[in-house]
Design a protein around this ligand. Structure first.
Ligand SMILES: [Zn+2]
Length: 474
């Protein structure tokens, strides 16, 4: 890894960016208002693709990021990751490398959770795999036991009304397998996790168990953040593995009452200082106009967050590396941002948009990568009038060699949402992310679940789009 950075940093410095492609960079390097040059763009895109795909640069960056361990917001590892990210950007010769303060909340899982089905008439006592959901309060120290009551929706919960009192509400609506888009399937089931505890507490439930948000049936619980409501008591909330959910569901169909024991040792702690980390390639003509590329540096605590979202950070920084090493001189600034605390609701994104450093900057477009490090298939872009879509359609011959063939309206992400709210155009690389929710927010989201070549294709796609946006504007 050191060798990797040393090799890279040796290439850098202001006088550097010459490399093998003077012929390409000449038109761009000249800057000014020179009309776009299709031949130069073709050469630039080819250079990015060839130097990217001959390496596994993004995977090397991901290996470094994940080497810190899980990077839960406010944790010591998250602080170490911030420092490491700054160092990586510095060593790679990025300009204006800096950390901008973010105040984050802290939550700690404590000792591993325990849960079991107690004295079932059919199966006796059986352990089930659970994990506390992010932000949940813990159970009493000795745990709690209560009969479980299963629901598939908030409507069903409301119909039960008083019968929920004193019970553990078990939300068991699976992600919809009939949807081809896994994010749509996730979005259709996530309300149970996010709002389930508050809705159940309103009716007097003592805890909730939520079926993990994955299409796989296995013993790995998947965490994620929850929200409480100020007007109802806070109750413990845990994710149950899909295998555990199927087991509990089967028992509840055959036995009138099934008791569950649950012990969770998590707690919320006070706020802590943290930071967004960023570095850039300054624009040669219009440095105050920014094309942002980025992901979030924090992860859940159950694994090293390789897909979510080490991959987004690695692909973004690799994109800048490829642009530099191809000797390209973007007219507008291309900035990589590693946001802190996406997982508890996008704290870093809000701090970034409001930071004093934004004065005088104009964020034209933002490419947030937070859907794993998977094979790119296309591009989605937003904006008020769809003008950028038309522009990108003209760029498709440059993107198709990367496998990017679809173009649709959309794009965005949690971290760039505050910028988008102020007029920045969101751009997203669409990915084949069918396996994302197999690992998402679980102990399975580790480096070995990421394919280096797919991640590199993502990085090259980000680089190509960011460069074109920097030259042509959105
Ligand atoms: Zn994420």
């Amino acid at each position: 890894m050191k060798a990797f950075l040393a090799r890279r940093s040796g290439m850098h410095g202001p006088a550097v960016a010459l490399c093998a492609c003077l012929c390409l960079c000449a038109p761009a390097a000249g800057g000014g208002e020179r009309a776009s040059d299709p031949a130069a763009y073709k050469a630039a895109a080819e250079s990015l693709r060839v130097s990217g795909l001959r390496s596994e640069g993004a995977f090397e960056l991901l290996r470094m990021i994940t080497s810190v361990g899980p990077r839960l917001t406010g944790s010591a590892q998250a602080a170490a990751a911030v420092e490491l990210a700054r160092q990586m950007m510095d060593d790679m010769g990025m300009a204006n490398v800096r950390m901008e303060p973010v105040t984050v909340g802290r939550w700690d899982r404590g000792a591993p959770e325990e849960a079991r089905i107690v004295a079932s008439g059919l199966r006796g006592t059986i352990p089930i795999a659970v994990c506390a959901l992010g932000g949940s309060i813990g159970t009493p120290e000795m745990g709690l036991s209560a009969p479980a009551v299963e629901v598939k929706s908030f409507e069903e919960l409301d119909r039960l009304g008083d019968r929920v009192k004193g019970k553990i509400v078990f939300y068991n609506r699976p992600m919809d397998r009939s949807l081809a888009d896994p994010f749509a399937a996730y979005g259709g089931a996530a309300d149970q996790r996010v709002r389930g505890a508050a809705e159940a507490a309103r009716l007097g439930a003592v805890a909730v168990l939520v079926r993990s948000l994955t299409l796989r049936v296995d013993d790995h619980p998947h965490t994620g953040f929850i929200t409480y409501r100020a007007d109802v008591p806070e109750i413990p909330a845990a994710a149950l593995s899909t295998a555990g959910a199927d087991l509990l569901d089967g028992l509840l169909r055959r036995e009138p009452a099934v008791t569950v024991f649950l012990r969770m040792n998590c707690r919320r702690l006070g706020p802590a200082p943290s930071a967004n980390v960023m570095g850039e390639i300054p624009g040669s003509d219009r440095p105050g106009e920014i094309i942002l590329v980025g992901g979030h540096l924090d992860s859940w605590d159950l694994a090293t967050g390789a897909h979510d979202d080490g991959a987004g950070c690695a692909a973004s920084l690799e994109a800048l590396r490829l642009i530099r090493e191809s000797g390209l001189r973007p007219k507008r600034t291309i900035r990589a941002v590693f946001f802190m605390d996406e997982e508890f609701g996008g704290t870093g994104g809000r701090f970034y948009a409001d930071a004093p450093g934004r004065k005088g900057e104009h964020h034209l477009a933002a490419i947030e990568s937070d859907r794993g490090g998977f094979l790119p298939l296309g591009v989605a872009a937003g904006g008020a009038d769809g003008a950028l879509l038309g522009k990108i359609r003209g760029w498709m011959p440059l993107l198709e060699p990367l496998g990017l063939t679809t173009l649709s309206r959309g794009g965005g992400g949690v971290d760039i949402a505050p910028l988008v709210g102020r007029g920045t155009v969101p751009v997203s690389i669409l990915l084949n992310a069918q396996t994302y929710f197999d690992v998402h927010h679980s102990a399975l989201d580790v480096l070995s679940s990421v394919n280096p070549r797919e991640l590199e294709l993502l990085a090259v796609s980000v680089a190509t789009l960011a460069y074109l946006l920097a030259q042509e504007g959105p």
